[in-house]
Design a protein around this ligand. Structure first.
Ligand code: G6Q
Length: 549
């Protein structure tokens, strides 16, 4: 598909930004009484108000033209058709197939992958129910009470985020834990107070070679076998796997019938709806898990079918481009006003930064425009007492997404109204600020007026839903997945590979034997790395084999 260079496509927006210089959000709201209505929309159960952005109808029109100019519609359709759009790895990108309803069809290389998806979901459901009902027993006959997922990156962040997010729906007689870090502390502290007789490990790794996961899995197996013995039923009853690699799973000692597969067309950071969601399914049960998949699917259809001006992921993506490429924002903040979404910023950080943190375009040329932003955030109201100062009065432009719910799962006292009062107050304060005149009128001493003035004009999106249900979570995650897709298309980069994680891994492989050799190794790194390795060797504790004693 021929397209013009990103810089020339952005030129009309750059010129338009000049026209808008000096126009404040206060002016935009004053001049258009319908602004809140004009710039808000519903998709499924999500309501988005984007009126507190630094945009006019013309800005949106130019952004929609940009979406057309990069052939966004064709690119979306190509993904949904199962084309190999992940060209650098020569793979289709089909997380959308993971949530297509039973009976629908998407044929890839002659196979209807939706049938495969539902066959695995059925096996997962059966297994999850057996664990939940206490029918799946440990090697000594005790029911499982603790589930520990061992995985990292895409094989950890999604299920960890969602298991916390959907805790109100979880079986409370089971505890579900996530171990990811190769730091032995993570595993040691997780198993510390658990009884191996009642503990089930899920080893989640697409490749089944990831160093962190395999090191933790081996230590977990030592922890279990050291206490329950090495009879085959010990590993059989206490370890299952989620992977694409049957042979490696079997070599670890896990029987093929205890492995839940997925496919190379599922990217790690897009894998929550695959078997990678098994710990979540055990926590909330198969029906709730399917509700979540239905929520994802609803947003998928919305993205595929809606015109740009009613298309929530496209609008969020375009607004992000406006700030990132035209107004010079370096970051954007995800601010969920719900404690259950505490891990959402970390999850979206991976989804966004690993997908769009790229420096060359699809032709391999170094880009001359900004690509993915830095994504960060914390749940409200904690952030208000920490970093919001900089957003309100600092020198940087930080667009924010505020995510909130009308109903709490824990309606104690008036906590929820108080929480939501802050939620609404923050976007109002950020947009409209407080002028020096208003500060003076409050009787503020003149020397303090500049300090107490809030410039406002700080952009925010507000995403509001009735309640954080499994379906709403699915819709929310799919919203961001497709926003990220939209931006990757505009920046003309490949969003579905992650070569940037390789170099550090290779260097660590070279350094490990240098840390472990008994004889002083000949080091040939740079002077800094050599000296640091020597210092570590002199001071470290003697090595121990059992990280999970
Ligand atoms: C995600 C990345 C990455 C991956 C982890 C774990 O998109 O590919 O975060 O998920 O490196 O990989 P394995 O599942 O193969 O262990």
């Amino acid at each position: 598909m021929k397209r013009r260079s990103v810089r020339s496509l952005l030129a009309p927006l750059v010129a338009h930004a000049r026209e808008l210089r000096g126009v404040h959000l206060r002016d935009l709201f004053r001049d258009d009484p319908n602004r809140a209505e004009r710039f808000s929309l519903e998709a499924g159960d999500l309501f988005l108000d984007y009126s507190k952005n630094l945009v006019t109808p013309k800005t949106m029109q130019l952004l929609f033209q940009l979406a057309d100019a990069v052939h966004l519609r064709d690119e979306i359709q190509a993904m949904f058709r199962g084309e190999r759009i992940n060209r650098t790895e020569n793979r289709a990108v089909l997380h959308v197939a993971l949530r297509m309803p039973r009976g629908s069809s998407l044929v890839v290389d002659g196979r209807n992958v939706v049938d495969d998806v539902h066959a695995v979901l059925d096996r997962m459901s059966d297994f999850a129910e057996r664990v939940r009902q206490g029918q799946w027993r440990g090697a000594t006959g005790r029911p499982i009470r603790h589930v520990i997922n061992i995985g990292i990156g895409g094989s950890d962040l999604g299920p960890a985020m969602a298991t916390l997010a959907l805790r109100p729906y979880a079986a409370r007689h089971l505890s579900v834990h996530f171990v990811s870090n190769i730091d032995g502390t993570h595993l040691a502290e997780t198993v510390r107070d658990l009884d191996p007789q009642e503990t089930l490990f899920i080893i989640a790794s697409k490749t089944f070679t990831t160093e962190e996961t395999m090191t933790n899995a081996q230590s977990a197996r030592r922890w279990v076998c050291g206490r329950l013995g090495t009879a085959p039923e010990v590993v059989r009853q206490h370890f299952v796997a989620v992977s694409t690699q049957t042979e490696r799973v079997v070599a670890f000692g896990i029987a093929p019938e205890n492995m839940f597969p997925f496919w190379d067309w599922v990217g790690g950071r897009y894998s929550l709806c695959s078997a990678i969601g098994l710990p979540l399914m055990i926590a909330i049960g198969p029906d709730r898990f399917r509700d979540m998949l239905a929520g994802f699917h609803r947003m998928d259809r919305h993205f595929l079918e809606s015109p740009w001006e009613r298309n929530m992921p496209v609008i969020l993506g375009l607004l992000g481009v406006w700030y990132n490429n035209v107004l010079g924002a370096q970051t954007y903040a995800i601010l969920p006003y719900d404690q259950y979404l505490a891990r959402l910023p970390a999850y979206l950080q991976q989804a966004d930064m690993e997908s769009n943190g790229k420096r060359v375009d699809r032709h391999g040329r170094v880009v001359r425009w900004q690509t993915g932003p830095i994504v960060w955030g914390e749940p409200g109201t904690n952030g208000q007492h920490a970093f919001y100062q900089l957003i309100h009065q600092g020198t940087k432009l930080v667009p924010c997404d505020f995510i909130g719910f009308c109903r709490s799962h824990n309606p104690i006292g008036d906590h929820h109204d108080r929480l939501m009062a802050h939620f609404f107050a923050q976007t109002e304060a950020l947009a409209f600020g407080k002028t020096p005149e208003e500060v003076i009128a409050e009787g503020t001493p003149p020397h303090l007026v500049p300090h107490r003035t809030f410039p406002g004009d700080r952009p925010t999106n507000t995403i509001l839903a009735d309640q954080l249900t499994p379906s709403v979570l699915g819709q929310l995650i799919a919203l961001y997945e497709h926003k990220i897709f939209t931006q990757g298309v505009i920046w003309n980069i490949y969003s579905f590979d992650q070569w940037g994680v390789e170099l550090g891994k290779q260097l660590a492989k070279r350094i490990l034997p240098e840390l472990q050799s008994e004889a002083e190794p000949a080091l040939s790194h740079d002077a800094s790395t050599n000296a640091l390795i020597r210092r570590y060797r002199q001071r470290r504790a003697p090595p121990t084999k059992d990280a999970a004693r």
